[in-house]
Design a protein around this ligand. Structure first.
Ligand code: GLN
Length: 306
């Protein structure tokens, strides 16, 4: 695989680029509506340290929900198994911002990747870390090797001004007893966490610990245990794409995570990570062309875990 992955990516990129994009920009966060909808880039990082990208793969974009994997990783690293009493590990079968199942399950979100689950993870981090906002940023700086990474105030403020559904989610969970801090503090942290920006190369580099038994690829530094990495990958496979998680496993066959900024990162343990960015989203809030590109890559290669 190693020798020809560049050709496979290049071919898939060239095939996908001219497709009629049936997706739409995420306009509910006003700042995301200002992005050029035709951007399209992809970057793969191989376990042997080589990497390859094409298209707009060096341009930063808002990673949004992809950051939920990183906040979960920090929670798993510092707080361990007890987080699973506060959030479950089941696919939700609902939209990413749904309130629907919270009442049924007493305020326990179905998984850490729907908004409700990521909000509870932010609450857990706020309780257990002295300076959660700063410590999370430091953690991602180290993982990504981007020492000057910062939260994007433009994006966070834009979402704070319009994120009424997340406000509702956080207050609803609080009323059910599963938010311990002030909802305003939890939401501020959540919006900051979602505001991080990276390019495809940086994103594929950042996620490389998940293909390398929980250790960074470039220096071997242990981030989480092998077993914890396995569990996060399992959650990405079953819950990474909300009510389209089954479809992504079916068509692409890799654990992955999407964000409403149009990014997707997918991982093949012991092989590679791949990050793709195309801002127009399908009705489930996942990048339309990003899904197509990854489907093409794994269909025309042996690059799926199945
Ligand atoms: N910040 C976004 C929200 O809470 C993240 C959603 C996403 O990327 N799916 O709505």
């Amino acid at each position: 695989m190693q020798s020809n992955y560049k050709n496979i990516i290049e071919n898939a990129y060239n095939l996908t680029k001219p497709l009629k994009d049936l997706g739409k920009l995420a306009t509910y966060i006003p700042e995301l509506a200002n992005v050029n909808p035709n951007k399209f880039g992809v970057h793969m990082t191989h376990i042997d340290g080589t990497h390859y990208g094409i298209g707009d793969n060096q341009e930063k974009f808002s990673i949004q929900s992809i950051a939920k994997v990183l906040s979960l990783t920090l929670a798993v690293k510092f707080i361990g198994e007890k987080i699973w009493t506060r959030v479950d590990v089941e696919p939700s079968g609902t939209k990413f911002d749904s309130l629907l199942l919270l009442e049924t399950y007493n305020g326990i979100p179905r998984n850490p990747f729907v908004n409700s689950g990521a909000i509870v993870i932010c609450d857990i981090l706020l309780t257990h870390l002295e300076h959660a906002r700063e410590e999370f940023l430091e953690f991602v700086r180290d993982l990504s090797d981007i020492p000057d990474l910062t939260y994007s105030d433009n994006i966070a403020d834009s979402e704070k001004a319009t994120g009424f559904r997340n406000v509702a989610l956080c207050n609803f969970i609080k009323s059910l007893g599963n938010i311990k801090n002030k909802p305003e503090d939890v939401l501020d942290f959540y919006f900051d966490m979602c505001s991080l920006e990276m390019n495809c190369q940086q994103l594929s580099h950042t996620f490389a610990f998940l293909i390398n038994g929980g250790r960074k690829l470039n220096n071997g530094k242990k981030i989480i245990s092998r077993s914890q990495a396995k569990r996060i990958n399992a959650l990405m496979l079953t819950c990474g794409f909300y009510d389209e998680s089954g479809e992504f496993a079916f068509k692409v066959g890799l654990p992955g995570k999407s964000g409403v900024g149009g990014g997707i990162v997918a991982v093949y343990p012991n092989n590679f990570t791949i990050a793709v960015w195309s801002p127009k989203l399908n009705p489930n809030g996942n990048s339309f062309k990003g899904m197509k590109l990854l489907e093409d890559i794994t269909t025309h290669s042996e690059m799926s875990i199945f």
